[in-house]
Design a protein around this ligand. Structure first.
Ligand code: AHG
Ligand code: MN
Ligand code: MN
Length: 355
């Protein structure tokens, strides 16, 4: 590099360091309207929650009372970890008295949490999975947080949150935070997918990659193969297919956010299909599958429940689950083709024989 290039390089590095999350949201919207300011402020608050969670995770092994189970069980019937409770409360504390969101719904709360003092101005709902991949927490492996923002519709005076039972195309913004060697926040407000890295020395999320595109096809398949025995034949056939063809590699980390983060950058497919015990699979639509589907579609990928796009699925309940096939568009379509093939065969077998 010549000396003449030096000032340009420095200027560029400085510009990048100053591209914080809240500034980026405003740039994306090309506006300083009230709505743009709201979204920018909401993203800034989510970033604060992420920093608090990242800080606690990074010291977890050094502090008392951070790791392990609480002894309680959540609405999903899953054992709750102390970090699940802490992270859930972090999001609530961060949004209380913010004037930004009126209602919050999370994996860890049976019913939505209302912030009545925010409601006259903050007509948004935040849906979130405070810690995704909790089984990784106690062994110091990557976990995540997932979030989505929806406009609150109707008055919701009875507190049933029935307006949330709509498809994922109603999401205004969605994203995740991955707590790994560094903390990264990936988000979309419908203008592409952008990734930020937490610079601990600044305490700010700084732009790392803009307009990320997931490859149309990738080598990775990411699925818990321990469930093979209880899958539908179509999913088993897909897995047999990848076992018998060159060019596939398995990666499964036990935390959806990390597995999808890898696929976003390298291509491939993540699956959590239904099982005999759980035909709807494990993952929850409103705060796991739908936000990630919004992101992957924005990055040029796809997300399917098997025979329907995830973003078209209307949940029957706040904590409804759905099968999930998500990632590169060609790989998602390949899995779907096995599902279609099985349903064709089942239909053919049901036809009376023409004798
Ligand atoms: P959570 O920790 O929020 O309950 O989510 C865990 C999810 C997801 O992150 C992961 O992909 C999946 O559960 C792992 O499930 P299995 O252990 O059944 O593979
Ligand atoms: Mn989760
Ligand atoms: Mn969780």
């Amino acid at each position: 590099m010549s000396d003449a290039d030096q000032p340009f390089v420095q200027e560029y590095a400085l510009d990048r360091d100053c591209t914080t999350l809240s500034r980026h949201v405003l740039q994306q919207l090309h506006s300083f309207s009230a709505e743009a300011q709201d979204l920018s402020a909401i993203m800034n608050r989510i970033a604060l929650a992420a920093k608090l969670i990242a800080r606690r995770l990074s010291r977890a092994g050094l502090m008392e009372g951070v790791l392990g189970f609480t002894g309680g069980v959540n609405v999903q019937g899953e054992s709750v970890k102390k970090m699940d409770v802490y992270a859930n409360e972090v999001f609530i504390s961060v949004f209380k008295q913010s004037g930004l969101v009126c209602r919050m719904a999370s994996e860890e709360m049976e019913d939505p949490y209302y912030i009545p003092e925010n409601c006259p101005i903050g007509r948004y709902t935040l849906l979130y999975d405070p810690i995704d991949g909790s089984s990784n927490v106690d062994i110091n492996l990557n976990v995540g947080s997932i979030f989505a923002i929806r406009q609150q519709e109707g008055s919701d005076e009875d507190g049933t949150a029935s307006d949330l039972l709509q498809n994922g195309r109603k999401q205004i913004a969605a994203g995740y935070v991955v707590y790994g060697p560094s903390t990264m926040l990936v988000y979309s407000i419908g203008t592409g997918v952008h990734a930020f890295v937490l610079d601990p020395s600044l305490g700010e999320f700084i732009l790392a990659s803009e307009n990320i595109r997931v490859p149309d096809h990738g080598p990775i398949y990411s699925v818990n193969e321990g469930n093979f025995w209880q899958w539908e034949e179509s999913i088993r056939n897909y897995i047999r297919y990848v076992h018998r063809h060159e060019g596939y590699t398995a990666r499964y980390g036990g935390a959806l956010v990390g597995d999808i983060h890898r696929i976003l950058f390298q291509g491939g497919v993540f699956l959590y299909p239904g099982t005999v015990k759980k035909p709807e699979g494990k993952l929850r639509l409103l705060y796991e599958s739908a936000p990630l589907a919004f992101l992957l579609e924005q990055a040029g990928g796809r997300a399917s429940a098997g025979t329907q796009d995830i973003l078209d699925v209307v949940p029957k309940a706040l904590h409804a689950r759905t099968p999930l096939i998500i990632g590169s568009k060609d790989d998602v379509s390949l899995v779907e083709s096995f599902i279609k093939e099985q349903s064709r065969e089942q239909t053919a077998n049901r036809q009376p024989s023409a004798v």
